[in-house]
Design a protein around this ligand. Sequence first.
Ligand SMILES: Cc1ncc(COP(=O)(O)O)c(C=O)c1O
Length: 418
Amino acid sequence: MADAELTENVFPIGSTINELGRLEVGGCDVVELAREFGTPAYVVAEDDMRARARGLRAAFAAHSDDFELIFASKAFPCAAVCALFAEEGFGCDVASAGELEIALAGGVPAERLQMHGNAKGELDLARAVEVGIGAIVVDNLRDLDRLEQLVEGRKQSIYLRIAPGVSPDTHPAISTGGPNTKFGFDLEHAPAAIARAQSIDSLELEGLHFHIGSQIFDLTPFEGALRALADLGDFKAYNLGGGLAAAYTAHDEPPSYEEYAAAKAGALRSVFGAGSKLLDEPGRALVANGCVTLYGVESVKRNVDTYVAVDGGMSDNMRPMLYGARYEAQIADRFGGGTACHLVGKHCESGDILIRDADLNQPVAGDLVVVPATGAYGHAMANNYNGALRPPVIFARDGDARLVVRRESNEDLLARDV
Ligand SMILES: Cc1ncc(COP(=O)(O)O)c(C=O)c1O
């Protein structure tokens, strides 16, 4: 397979097939990586993520004089990933005290962090205030009551999350800004929430926030969402959330960064003029394609259909089960197709199917399978079902590989038992 085809839009930028016919990611032969680190494993091409960070920054810079990019760390909550985006000039959003600790461990300065959550606990908010977090995105009146108690002797920047009543064309589970949602204040209740926020001396209401959903291909709803906020007043800043789609298969053609930035910046300008700051919170579009998952094939069997069973599954990638998400796969040293099969996980659920109707090149037990575009919400949603040990995260760059998260051990599984 030609490199051009391989790198098209799904594999990490710079991936190649080497002279042994094996995939290289970040200049590292993935067969060698599997030998060294075992499988399953997440392999991140560091330069891919950096290139995307720079590309998105350049795209916004071309359309806005006043913007801030915030990496939605829930997409890949890993200290090394947060560090990478911080080095590229991004802030970071966290959805709990736990994600806050991960971002801080990555060296992201507290003032560049923002906290989300529709059910923030006292401990989440207390820790955020304690570390001096840059901003808190208030979701409900209880957040305001708690912050009124917690913030002393200074002003805490906040945003109010508003549900603008706009639903993008995406899976219902990741549509978050419609008229009837658990996230934020709806348009009816927003004015009272704004008044309450403005009445608390220790809080500085910087602006409004929305996040209408994820894996968005059609960019037109962003303007509608901003128009829905227009009657709520004029604010210094608007956070338009994340949502840009990533390409999981060769058929996916998400908008370019350029189109995304132009749509968001243009919408903000047309609704609120040039005077307000644009904040953007991308997650998957930055991290999905920079990562591949390596799996070992444990068995190949024919039960009516052909089942290629690997040593991971829904414990390292929940998305196929949660959203029917599509991926593609290849045998790492034998790209191509010819064998119609289902790539299935090792878990005790018939629904544990990573790729239904996959097309692999004569798979056999012992093969190494690579699934690209697993950087977003893979590691993030990994779990221990069936005692699975969550996979390591390996950063690959210029032919060097470094472990940034080790594989879990059986001791880890028992570490909380008392
Ligand atoms: C509040 C908020 N901002 C940003 C994001 C990132 O979305 P995406 O990964 O689709 O860019 C999410 C994802 O759920 C979110 O909930």
